[in-house]
Design a binder for this molecule. Sequence first.
Ligand code: UDP
Length: 243
Amino acid sequence: MDNKAEILGCHIDIIDSRQALEKISEIILGRECGQVITLNAEIAFQAQKDEKLRSLINGADLVTPDGIGVIWGGRQLGYDFPERVTGIDLMVSLCRKAANMGWKVFLFGAAPGVAEAAAQTLAKQFPGLMVAGCRHGYFNDDESVGIAREIAALQPDILFVALGAPKQEYWIRDQREVLKVPLCMGVGGSFDVIAGVKSRAPGWAIRLNLEWLYRLLAEPSRWKRQLALPRYVLAIIKAKWRK
Ligand code: UDP
């Protein structure tokens, strides 16, 4: 049985990056049309109050601990996550594996031109990587099915969706039947970072678990979203106390 933690009603796999990549490979080889979610504290907190979001998360095939908030929350509640398994790291290691295995990737999301630039960077980094296609992420709701059909026609093995969380997760779930892609994964702002449009926190900030603070300083407009963090801490303390 899979080893999972339960944090504010969300089931999260207790898994390291290597195991996550193995599980993803199994899903791709099994042609299962799987969905991967890399979960952070903001979304876990949102899900506590939102039944629809919670069942979306709990219906995914793999949910990894993306942020330090989830790792910390897990520890408080008696779960020992080995490490953060972030969307961007998983995407890059999955592209490395895709190049070796001959799996085709599709990049959907971010501003016009960004997915193409990210795909070029990845193809340079991993020679042999097959890019089935790219599409920007600005569209009306009534275009969704058409976009999913266009992606399906190109038959990628892996679809990376960068629309921000949880929009990308809902989009994947809603279009899964049309897409019929073996593996779909939401990756937030990863295309921007890979394309060099935005920079990721420096290594020392990541090691000190301060990536969230770096993002807040680099993009002050995120402060509203990050207001959820102190409330998340309180919710975890309450959950610990109840336990
Ligand atoms: N985005 C998009 N379509 C939208 C809204 C957002 O393609 O309708 C893109 C946006 O350009 C950015 C990414 O989604 O590349 C969201 O990045 P963010 O870092 O905010 O992701 P999160 O932290 O929500 O996972």
